[in-house]
Design a protein around this ligand. Structure first.
Ligand code: GSH
Length: 219
């Protein structure tokens, strides 16, 4: 039994996608951000911070998307999605696995401000502006990290699933027009059969209620 604790179109999409790249369709336990169930024992026993993803697999549970992907790469090396010590792309692989969360933490702050505050709380224009600028800077860096078709010269890896998923979310806050290379990369990733299969399992995204979120004016 392989079971994914999951919020649709969130960071746990990375896991759903890499599993599809490996031909694995897990059982999925779905949550929504803010669900009481995310603070209850069923999830907390598997992910102590009450965060998703958590993956039950091979008799263990793994949480943190980078750890889950790395576990999948190491336990199923035949797919070649990891880069082992000694591999010429190892350092770039590790950097991208980590940098994905540098970027995702900015997206998370923007999600919090734009999507999850309840009145009378309002997004802070200063915080949103700063985080949007910082997100732009990480996109600029990401653009420069892509070696060719994928992040690594040696081809598709788990680092693309980590970083690539951010390109689903980032354009709700920053338009990608200045980076045609990133747009082409996103087209390439999102046309992979496994990405499409994972997207079909998710169904239409209902995480974002509008196409683009402007920085609120200082009023
Ligand atoms: N660094 C963690 C972040 C996990 C995380 O924060 N996931 C979000 C969804 S994208 C979550 O579970 N949020 C619930 C909450 O903030 O209470 C990872 O990559 O797995």
């Amino acid at each position: 039994m392989i079971r994914l604790h999951h919020v649709p179109w969130s960071r746990s999409f990375r896991v759903l996608w890499l599993l599809q790249e490996m031909g694995i369709t897990p059982d999925v336990v779905r949550y929504r951000i803010g669900d009481k169930a995310m603070r209850e024992e069923g999830l907390l026993a598997r992910s102590p911070g009450g965060r998703i993803p958590a993956l039950e697999i091979d008799g263990i549970t793994v949480f943190e998307s980078a750890a889950v992907l790395q576990y999948l790469c190491e336990s199923r090396p035949e797919f070649g999605f990891g880069r082992a010590p000694g591999d010429p792309d190892r350092v770039a692989y590790l950097e991208a696995m980590g940098f994905a969360e540098t970027m995702a933490s900015l997206i998370e702050q923007l999600n919090l401000n734009h999507l999850f505050l309840r009145p009378p709380a309002k997004p802070s224009p200063a915080v949103v502006k700063l985080n949007t600028l910082r997100l732009k800077a990480t996109l600029d860096a990401f653009d420069r990290m892509i070696a060719g078709e994928y992040i690594l010269p040696s081809g598709f890896s788990a680092a693309d699933a980590m970083m690539g998923f951010n390109l689903f979310a980032a354009p709700y806050y920053v338009k990608l027009d200045p980076w045609p290379g990133l747009q082409a990369y996103w087209e390439r990733l999102s046309s992979r059969p496994a990405f499409r299969a994972a997207a079909a399992l998710e169904g239409p995204q209902d995480f974002y209620g509008q196409d683009f979120y402007e920085v609120p004016s200082d009023g």
